[in-house]
Design a protein around this ligand. Structure first.
Ligand SMILES: Cc1cc2nc3c(=O)[nH]c(=O)nc-3n(C[C@H](O)[C@H](O)[C@H](O)COP(=O)(O)OP(=O)(O)OC[C@H]3O[C@@H](n4cnc5c(N)ncnc54)[C@H](O)[C@@H]3O)c2cc1C
Length: 390
């Protein structure tokens, strides 16, 4: 997405600003009231003094397509809402979004808070932050969950800042302390060596982002419905400083790793780029994509877009084959929720075997070609033992 800065026009005061807005900066060149300055910068009052509006899940959509992580969060949000005995709501921002409203209920929302406005058609941090902050200030959610996508990371930071609340990024587990109504936000900390559970004690909403595929998507319930609470954005377009001039899609011919059903991943134990090709051959033979540990990426055997783990992608395929990967916590956090994990490692004490469904102790360079031949033959119907040309 390419965006350019617009010249700031002299505009009249906003129609919806009801409170005196403190200046964000002392820079005299920025003394005009810009769009983001229309948000009163103050935290939300404690929900104990207000009717509780429960748990909110931000439903991220682009051109009518919802990011799957939004539904995954709706699944875990439902569990948390049931524990807290409060409603679960979706928040939907965009333009011409009416067709998506039903989906929110079918994936578990009791209520949907929505703003439909042409200014929300392309994603801009400015307009979406203002819209989400307005809704939070009007309805006082206790908890706000957002997918840790590129957009979600961008949006959550500015919303948390505007609301002066806490935000825990990239949570791998979520739970609630029912007595104190606190969200228990667990994520790797100190380089992934410990899992820290973080609480936001006296600010609301308690905000967390979660990466795609950490939680599973709930079953769609076509019979479910609920109420949509529509609000106006009420933003003066002449006051915004960002304008989307063009969207350039990242063209990937091989698909997205975090959506793959089968991943064959290789690590430092493969020893060389040539041996890493054995991983590629197995992936190709069984219709999967390649994954890699960080050392494999740093050695130039695989591109960064295929790195699995804390500083790479979180994946949740049906089958994850890990060859020559030790199973460091920073790798495990990115793949441990895979349905079936097959580990190949010459060290019988390698930590990867603790999460593996099936473990094979042996030399990956010898085993991978044999597995490729057998699995490839089975998948393509050739008699067992027949050599296939890859
Ligand atoms: C802040 C931070 C973030 C990080 N983020 C990530 C991340 O996103 N993803 C990631 O992967 N790592 C990440 N790391 C690095 C992580 O700590 C580990 O160093 C890394 O995962 C180890 O990669 P590896 O398993 O390929 O290599 P190693 O740990 O060196 O393991 C190699 C394994 O191969 C086995 N082996 C050796 N030869 C053979 C053979 N011939 N056949 C079969 N097995 C063999 C060995 O027994 C060993 O278990 C991060 C580290 C930090 C500090």
């Amino acid at each position: 997405m390419t965006a350019k800065k617009k010249k700031s026009p002299k505009a009249p005061p906003s129609a919806f600003t009801e409170k005196t807005v403190p200046p964000i900066t002392d820079n005299p060149e920025r003394s005009d009231t810009k769009a983001h300055e229309q948000i009163p910068l103050e935290s939300i009052e404690a929900p104990k003094n207000l009717p509780a509006h429960g748990i909110w899940v931000y439903i991220e959509q682009l051109q009518g397509e919802v990011a799957p992580v939004s539904w995954e969060l709706m699944g875990v949000g439902r569990q948390l809402a049931d524990k807290l005995n409060c409603p679960l709501s979706g928040v939907l921002l965009g333009h011409d979004i009416q067709p998506l409203t039903e989906l929110a209920f079918q994936y578990g929302a009791d209520t949907l808070y929505a703003i439909d406005d042409p200014m929300l058609k392309p994603y801009t941090n400015e307009c979406h932050s203002i819209a989400l902050v307005q809704l939070c200030q009007a309805h006082h959610p206790e908890i706000l969950l957002i997918g840790a996508t590129t957009t979600g990371r961008d949006l959550s930071g500015s919303v948390a800042t505007a609301l002066r609340t806490g935000l825990t990024a990239d949570c791998t587990q979520l739970d609630v302390d029912v007595d104190n109504r606190k969200l228990l936000q667990t994520r790797p900390a100190f380089g992934g060596n410990i899992l820290a559970t973080i609480l936001c004690r006296d600010r609301w909403p308690q905000m967390a982002t979660v990466r795609p595929r950490v939680f599973s998507k709930p079953e769609k319930q076509p019979e479910r419905s609920g109420a949509v609470v529509w609000s106006d954005l009420g933003l003066d377009p002449s006051k915004t400083v960002m304008e989307v001039v063009e969207r350039i899609l990242d063209e990937r011919t091989e698909g997205y790793l975090d959506e793959a059903d089968i991943i064959v991943a290789g690590g430092r134990g493969l020893g060389s780029k040539d041996n890493f090709k054995l991983v590629e051959k197995l992936a190709q033979a069984i219709g999967g994509m390649i994954g890699a540990s960080r050392p494999a990426v740093e050695s130039g055997w695989a591109p960064y877009s295929h790195q699995v783990g804390q500083t790479g992608l979180t994946v949740r395929p049906k089958l994850y084959i890990a060859a020559g990967i030790s199973g460091a916590i920073q790798h495990l956090v990115g793949m441990q929720n895979s349905d079936v994990i097959v580990a190949i490692n010459k060290d019988p004490d390698a930590p990867i075997f603790r999460v593996a469904t099936y473990g094979i102790v042996g030399d990956a360079a010898t085993l991978l070609p044999a597995i490729t031949q057998e699995l490839g033959a089975r998948m393509h119907g050739a008699p067992l033992g027949t050599e296939r040309q890859l």
